[in-house]
Every structure is written in C-alpha cells, then in structure tokens.
Design a binder for this molecule. Structure first.
Ligand SMILES: Cc1cc2nc3c(=O)[nH]c(=O)nc-3n(C[C@H](O)[C@H](O)[C@H](O)COP(=O)(O)OP(=O)(O)OC[C@H]3O[C@@H](n4cnc5c(N)ncnc54)[C@H](O)[C@@H]3O)c2cc1C
Length: 342
C-alpha cells in the first residue's frame, strides 16, 4: 500500500493504439499537470504495451515530467490480469499519491482491479478533480492537499465530492472529454524511465487469436458544431431535419438517451452522463428538455441555442439563445437562412 504521509506524484495510466496516445489520456495528463503544480509534485505517465517507442515524447510535450515505459511482448494486448500486475508493481516501487484513468472500457476494467490490489479506494466517472482539505469528523484531524473527486451520483441527480484520505493512492476514473486537451509544448523537457516488466505467460488469462479494430463513424468530440435532438423530435424520419441542419453548418448530429432508446439514432451519437461529453463552438438542442444527465455532456459548449415548445424547459437555463417554438418550423427557417448566406 502507498504511504499516505509521503508526497508522491500524480500519475496517469496511458492508453494508446499503435503509435497514437488516446485523446482521453492526453486530457488526463493536462489535468494531472494542474493538480501536480498545485501540490508541488511531478506528473508521471505510465505506458504499457509491446510497441510503445516514441509515445514518451508526446506525453512530455503535453505536460508529463516522467514517462514510465513498460514494454514487453506479453503486454501487446490489453488484459486486466497482466496490466494490473505491472501497474501495481510500478506503483509500489514509486509511490504515486494519485493515479488517474480514463473512464473508457479499459480504464473501467483496469482501475478497480488495481485499486483492490493496492488496497486503495476508487471513484468512478469523475467529471472534475480538484485539490482541497478535509477535516475528519471522528479524529478531528485535518488532511490537506487531498484529491477532491467530483462525480455525478444517484443517477446523475446530485454532484458528489468524494475523498479518500487514508488509503492511498487516491484513484479515479475520469469521463472522456470532460478535461481540456492540453496545449502541445515541443520545448518541454522530461525524463523517460524504462521499467523492467516482470511478467510470465501464466499472468495472461486469455489467449488473443485475432484483433478487429472498428473505426468510429461519428466524431462528436472533435466537431465544432453539434445539432442534437431529443425525444421531442418524435421519429427517425423527423431526425432528417437535424441532419440537414448539421450538414448546412458542417457539423454532426447528437442525441439524448431517450432519442437513442426510441431508435431515432444510434448510440454513438448519445451525449450526456452516460454518453459523450462535447464542448463545440455551437450546440443546437432541439426537442430536448435539458435534464441534468444531458446537460453534463454539453454545458461547456461555447454557444448554445435551444429550440423547445415548452418555455419552462430546463434546457433554456443553460442556453445563450432561446427559441420557444416547434422545431418543424424553426429548423427549416434556419436552414433557409444559412443557405441564403452562402
Ligand atoms: C443513470 C441515468 C443516466 C442517464 N444518462 C443520460 C445521458 O447520458 N444522456 C441523456 O440525454 N439522458 C440521460 N439520461 C436520461 C435523462 O434523465 C432524461 O430523461 C433525458 O435526457 C431526457 O431526454 P429528452 O430531453 O430527449 O426527452 P424529454 O425529457 O421527454 O424532453 C423532450 C422535450 O421535447 C420538447 N418538444 C416536444 N415536441 C417538440 C417540438 N415539436 N419542438 C420542440 N420541442 C419539442 C418537449 O417540450 C420536451 O422538453 C439518464 C438517466 C439516468 C437515470
């Protein structure tokens, strides 16, 4: 177990595919940089894999101080048994005080196993992380410089702050897209540490015969314009209007969970607490009531236009421009106006 009294670094478990570090990991390195600066410690990025050469440079440019390279043919494919063993070995050796994971399918699988093996706690699906203090109501002792792990709880109806002050490392998974992508500084200097991996074939529980990589068909996070529709759109056919508006603006189409559940659009378009987090320059919400679970995925958008027949819809609380009206009338007018300008 990591010593609570030692001032350790802030670590990020890095996910990569081929020669590319996943965006979620880079976002986490950016956040780790902020936390480490506040704590006066360093940022460590831990990379596991069989062909990871060169990834350290990018991680350092994004804010990493030390990159721990764990390279071994047995780490070619992610497996919870081997990855958790290596991560725990290295954590026990260097004593980080914080370890962050993306709330991806890998992060959600790996982090609990690592937490259990290290005897630490874990907060899942955090949407923000801060440094703060906590006074223990039982002992009266105040703990400074601890990680405040902020995440939606009880179905997203409350935002909870979770702390972990006596079992370290403090560990959290962080939702994809909620942290800002750090700026690349090509002049940053850091240290690459080659960690000797101690694995045998017995540490692998699954034999991987083949790997199939499927490309995403929609890039919600990377788009500057998102036109999103909710249950109020009423049908898959009606969603065509949103596609037309998105095309006219060079954007993509997003949706609420009910719109997905009703079969109006596929799941990869879902925005919100259990979907993707977006922060485009323009977010147009049509037929969306504005439940907290949806808002958490879009409220950082720079300009929000909401179209709703209900003047009291919660989406209007976060909208910069409020259009009380039927999307069937409003959206064709928008498309006409955009086309007239082009
Ligand atoms: C654990 C949990 C996780 C969840 N995760 C998510 C998530 O990730 N993303 C998400 O979106 N939801 C999520 N939800 C669901 C969420 O609570 C809301 O139910 C959902 O966001 C509401 O979707 P909606 O706005 O499409 O539908 P509704 O709430 O039914 O709203 C439809 C809106 O359309 C308006 N409308 C109707 N007709 C028109 C018209 N002709 N023109 C204009 N406006 C019209 C209505 O006035 C209404 O405001 C989650 C819920 C739970 C419990």
């Amino acid at each position: 177990m990591v010593d609570v009294n030692k001032k350790g670094d802030v670590w990020v478990f890095v996910e990569s595919l081929g020669s590319k570090v996943e965006d979620t990991s880079l976002e986490l390195v950016g956040k780790a940089r902020e936390l480490a600066d506040e704590l006066g410690v360093q940022v460590g990025a831990v990379v596991l894999g069989s062909e990871i050469a060169g990834l350290d440079e990018r991680l350092i440019c994004c804010g990493g101080d030390k990159v721990y390279m764990c390279q071994d043919p047995l780490l070619a494919h992610y497996q919870v048994s081997s990855y958790s063993k290596v991560l725990c070995d290295i954590a026990n050796e260097y004593n980080p005080s914080i370890i962050l994971f993306g709330a991806t399918s890998v992060g959600r699988d790996l982090a609990p196993r690592v937490a259990a093996r290290l005897g630490a706690g874990l907060s899942a699906d955090c949407t923000d992380l801060q440094i703060g203090s906590h006074k223990d109501s039982v002992t009266g002792k105040t703990y400074d410089d601890i990680l405040l792990q902020i995440c939606p709880a009880f179905g997203g109806n409350v935002i909870a702050t979770i702390i972990n002050f006596d079992k370290w490392p403090q560990m959290a998974t962080v939702r994809e897209g909620v942290m800002k992508m750090p700026e690349l500084d090509r002049n940053r200097k850091g240290e690459t540490i080659k960690h000797t991996v101690n694995l045998s074939k017995e540490d692998l529980v699954v034999e991987i015969l083949d790997e199939l990589v499927t490309e995403k068909t929609v890039d919600l996070k990377g788009s500057d314009v998102v036109v999103a529709g909710g249950a109020g759109i009423g049908s898959k056919e009606n969603f065509k209007l949103l596609w037309d508006l998105a095309n006219a603006l060079g954007g993509v189409v997003g949706a609420t969970r009910p719109a997905v559940d009703l079969g109006y659009i596929s799941e990869e378009h879902m925005i919100g607490a259990t979907g993707v987090t977006v922060r485009p320059s323009l977010y147009i919400a049509a037929g969306i009531s504005g439940a907290l679970q949806h808002q958490t995925g879009m409220w950082d958008s720079k300009k929000i236009i909401a179209i709703n027949t209900d003047p009291d819809a919660a989406i209007f609380d976060v909208a910069h421009y409020k259009i009380v009206g039927d999307f069937n009338e409003v959206i064709p007018m928008m498309i006409k106006a955009i086309k007239a300008k082009c």
